[in-house]
Design a protein around this ligand. Sequence first.
Ligand SMILES: *Cc1c(COP(=O)(O)O)cnc(C)c1O
Length: 459
Amino acid sequence: MEQNIPYKIYLEEQEMPKQWYNVRADMKKKPAPILNPGTLKPVTLQELSAIFCEELAKQELDDTTPYFDIPQEIRDFYRMYRPSPLIRAYCLEKKLETPAHIYYKFEGNNTSGSHKLNSAIAQAYYARKQGLKGVTTETGAGQWGTALSMACAYLDLDCQVYMVKCSYEQKPFRREVMRTYGAKVTPSPSMETEVGRKMNKEFPGTTGSLGCAISEAVEAAVTQDGYRYVLGSVLSQVLLHQSVIGLETKAALDKYGIQADIIIGCAGGGSNLGGLISPFAGQMLKGEADYQIIAVEPASCPSLTRGVYAYDFCDTGKVCPLAKMYTLGSGFIPSASHAGGLRYHGMSSVVSELYDQGLLTARSVEQTEVFKAAQMFAKVEGILPAPESSHAIKVAIDEALKCKESGESKNIVFGLTGTGYFDMVAYQRYNDGEMTDMVPSDEELAKAIQALPKVEREQ
Ligand SMILES: *Cc1c(COP(=O)(O)O)cnc(C)c1O
């Protein structure tokens, strides 16, 4: 069998999943409902539909339907860059001299450079189907904004992106990719929204934050006719769309009779990890298989490993619904690490609940060791990985080295979420030996956690 496994396991086009998988349907204990920030009662479909497209609001609230058909138009778009390859890391194995077999699912094979396109096209599709004019969103590091711009261009939908000001200035190339695809990109905080004007007045010269950009994008959506707000991670609908990653991975492994032992993903808001593990976690929930699942987060923003499991705001402006999740507190501002996509204070409520139930474990890693792993990976496997993705690489290498010690030949599968072409400033810091590790102190964390909203709910 072993020799027959190709370097790249490609699925045929017709083997691509026709449905997304909703792991919530197979959870006996469901993630806690999201709450209206005003009433603190579970959000209704009607309330949610004022902010999000109706079909997406339905997906958000549905924790019983296991499978959702992927509309043909979305599958047509997926065909441009999917199925994505599952790659056997033969060269990395050799370099590490490990008996482990390492596989990675590469999601960087599209112009936006990450897995975020899987959900961007779905969200744009439902907006188009509802007859909307456009969508608004925020972007931090820029990956989500880029993906959404591509999806909106394809469907001829207006796209307004509020980009955190420091990224807007520091990542001009991401900004220009978005503008090339026709998006309107506004540095946040801006003077175009109430929230933005208030922020600019209170904190002159501020370079913005993700939480503030979210509040601006939501305001822009609800104050313009024919617009809705879309979000690139954290939400259950996003995990649903990202299940395409896990379904393809499982299909590719099954094709060659490979049984995964360890599954690893980096965790920011939890969407790629949640999508990758969904079908595997589903098997675990049904008692059909067992896997060791590891979520990897930056030591600078350790929501799973050092956060608390509680209701919290998803944004600093406190306009979005509250979610029960592992969180560091919406007031926690992570240090300016180079994995922008992992700088989020909370975690998907689905991933949080699975973690709480013990279906997955979590580890935090520091950025210099992450870049060391990234460089080794780039040298032997050829792909220049995104800093976010490299968190998973680091732990995959650690696990492979454990196998070397014990002599066990485990099958290690990890998600390689994107490429690092737009992260060369980070690589430059690393190459110049100027990168440092920033780990928040217990006091810092306690302060933000103390400020969590007091929500009394029967859990
Ligand atoms: C956004 C991003 C992440 C983190 O987001 P999740 O929702 O946790 O998946 C990871 N990798 C890349 C390349 C990203 O762009």
